[in-house]
Design a protein around this ligand. Structure first.
Ligand SMILES: *[C@@H]1O[C@H](CO)[C@@H](O)[C@H](O)[C@H]1NC(C)=O
Length: 359
């Protein structure tokens, strides 16, 4: 097993680094490198990716910084679930490494949201003038029409096609090299992620004219908040379609006849997920031991479901909250700091069955 270059070990313990080999590493690790993204110290880039990295080092720093954003969105979407998209540094390393090698529903989601994240991050950087290679959409010039009538293009329209093109060239390069079933699955989910961002582009306008009469409108095309993409992909995760390779190895067919055929917007996966109850490095599961659960909920965050029937510990913690808030004319709200004592419930860890762990 190859170890990562020492740089990345600053961000995770030595024990974890030994889990990440070169085979299961990817551009995702750029997030851990901070501003130190040098094209030779990102493990797991294929030659084409390394070439693009050398051509556009600034852009790579933008993508590296963006990893934290799409990871945060992934965690938000799964915060109340057994699989929570990794939270601690240890979990993150596991997540990044292992999910790459799986073809589960969770892998499908992570591929799609990371690919969407690249489009979002890059488009925003282009619009903010952070990169020499792109800027606002140059095609949005002159005048145009929408349902409310004609308008003039103005301001800065997000140049999402540039980011989609670059994302495709850079991220898909790895899968184009592998050309196996999993690569085909990743390509499909990467594209679904990119399309998801574009779906929420909307026209924003400003009115001009006598006392805001809106006789003249200036408009630009802007991306929506990334949360919208996250919510959408989360729905696509719920409805993800299990597929198998077709007999020619050129595409998918549904795994079960009653399933609908996946469209380009759907997420696809091959293998069933583990239940994520117990720690299993191979499966990319860190288990739910120590996770918070909700004793009164009947959903996936309930102690019953979250702790997989192992039971939970309850501890009493006191915390500060804002209370007795009063509104003062005008316009301020003043609150007191109050002590609040609450019970928190955390899942028991699994009982170790391995003789080595019992010593
Ligand atoms: C626990 O679940 C209940 C019922 O779904 C909900 O009303 C409550 O806000 C939840 N508590 C926490 C701390 O999330």
């Amino acid at each position: 097993m190859h170890l990562l270059p020492s740089g990345i070990c600053l961000y995770c313990s030595v024990a974890i680094c030994s889990f990440i080999s070169r085979v299961d590493s990817s551009w995702w690790h750029m997030g851990a490198l901070g501003s130190q993204v040098l094209c030779h110290n990102v493990p797991g880039l294929v030659p084409r990716q390394r070439q693009l990295c050398r051509q556009q080092p600034e852009l790579m720093r933008v993508l590296g910084a963006g990893v934290a954003d799409w990871l945060a969105e992934c965690r938000h979407q799964f915060r109340a679930h057994r699989w929570d998209c990794g939270s601690g540094a240890r979990e993150r390393a596991l997540l990044l490494g292992r999910l790459l090698l799986r073809s589960s529903r969770e892998s499908a989601f992570v591929y799609s949201i990371s690919s969407a994240g690249v489009v979002y991050t890059l488009t925003r950087a282009c619009s903010q003038g952070e990169l020499a290679s792109c800027s606002c959409d140059p095609a949005k010039k002159g005048s145009s029409r929408d349902s409310k009538g004609s308008f003039d293009w103005g301001g800065c329209s997000d140049n999402i096609d540039y980011a989609i093109g670059f994302g495709q060239a850079f991220i898909d390069a790895k899968e184009r090299k592998e050309r196996d079933a999993r690569a085909l699955m990743n390509l499909h989910n990467n594209r679904a992620g990119r399309k998801a961002v574009k779906r929420f582009m909307a026209l924003e306008c400003k009115c001009h004219g006598v006392s805001g009469s809106c006789t003249v409108r200036t408009c630009w095309l802007a991306m929506a908040d990334f949360r919208k993409t996250g919510d959408y992909l989360r729905k696509k995760y719920n409805g993800a379609i299990q597929v198998v390779m077709n007999q020619y190895g050129t595409g998918f067919t549904v795994a079960f006849k009653k399933f609908k055929k996946p469209t380009k917007n759907d997420l696809v996966y091959f293998e069933n997920s583990p239940d994520y109850c117990i720690r299993d490095h191979e499966a990319g599961s860190v288990g739910t031991g120590g996770r918070l659960c909700n004793r009164t909920s009947r959903g996936v965050d309930s102690c019953e479901v979250m702790c997989c029937g192992r039971g939970y510990d309850t501890s009493r913690v006191s915390r500060m909250t804002k209370c007795e808030c009063k509104f003062h004319w005008c316009c301020a709200v003043h609150c007191k700091d109050c002590h609040e004592v609450v019970d928190v419930h955390t899942c028991k860890a699994q009982k170790s069955s391995h003789w080595l762990d019992q010593t």
